[in-house]
Write a protein that binds this ligand. Sequence first.
Ligand code: S3P
Length: 469
Amino acid sequence: MDLSSDLGYLKHKANEEIHMLAHGAPIPMTARKSGPLIGEANVPGDKSISHRSLILGAMAIGKTEIHGLLEGQDVLDTAKAMRAFGATVTKQGDAHWTVQGVGVGGFCEPKDLVDFGNSGTGVRLIMGAMATHAITATFTGDASLRGRPMARITDPIALFGATAHGRSGGRLPMTIVGAKDPVPVKYSVPMPSAQVKSAVLLAGLNAPGETIIIEREATRDHTERMLKGFGANIKVEDTGEGRVITLKGYPELAPQTIVVPRDPSSAAFPICAALICEGSNVLVPNIGLNPTRAGLFTTLRDMGAKLTYENERIEGGEPVADLRARFSPNMRGIEVPPQRAASMIDEYPVLSVVASFAQGQTVMRGVKELRIKESDRIDSMAAGLRANGMSVKYGEDWWIVDGRGISDVPGGGLCATHLDHRIAMSLMILGMGSNKPVRIDDGGPIVTSFPIFEELMAQLGASVWRENS
Ligand code: S3P
């Protein structure tokens, strides 16, 4: 196949997306059969905790110190936004940042559009945080973010008294007029979403009385844990209805020193690569095993992956371990329990890659949230796997990958990543184990969450590179 004409075809297909890229020209990439992968993979800081450190730091009075901040584009966009709302955010050194906060209720009105690039977490959390201030802000993002639904945020913030004016279907660009006299809210989150839960909690900070959130399925709980750390009065109870979270409004948040743990969602990539590349033995130190995030690791172990936890310990109140992944030629497909979905929602794309190298079917159900991530992740991965000789079946909220075993994944495909960092990285992992190289039209979005992906994978011994360099 002629690479330039292939790329031309994909560019034509993804024309709109490519031309609307907020962060530069497309970066085609290739990965080919690799291994053994050997060594230590020091993945960057957790994206969810990095966003929250900046936002809560901005809502505290005084100076918050953050060590180990993820310096990915999504988090940098949140830092820029917090400056636009009045906080002083300063990079002090490598992954060391400070935030001089303005206090709960202290946001000022941004003087310009607030552009969140690719980041759903950034825009949704900050829409919540500003919704109970008497200010107006207009939000936008790249083509991916402008396609994602925001009604899940504008519905609950309307209960506080905020109004939203967006494009049809509740899409960005969107102007939020914050509530002048916010009222507290009791809200049952209709979908498993930590972003929605967090937006409501952040709005509740600047409302009187108690804001109550009911969560039927537990999602990542970093906002609750960190609010407690910043001194908010917050109570979490497990009841017959689900988790009930009660937050008292108008706290005075005290600045903190935060050490951001490494990101389990980024750790997933070197771990999964090691499982499928012959002879590999990779240690990924200091990974948080918060049960609301660690579903992938349990699933891989259920599939027969040689994945072990070393040096298990508690750090900052969270379970942490060093994860060791070894080449695992005898993995089996399994039915992933749907109740585990929220704890591994960002990891299904890379799980579908590992499933390709297992024997038998891997069945993933109860995952319709995947359809509204940075891309429709069921469609994106099904197309990517099929382009590389795999058989995938899917419906609205399920998909099934027919594993071909460790040495029989064909590869050879050129795939569209649809402005989605996790699709790009997952397909590069596929190429590290498949018989022919795998190519992607654009690895540019990888910088949103894992800016050192290529460098780190290459250090371990993987063959992954940019086409034009
Ligand atoms: C996140 C929540 C999840 C996840 C996203 C980060 C967060 O999104 O997919 O990458 O930091 O709160 P949803 O709330 O849409 O499930």
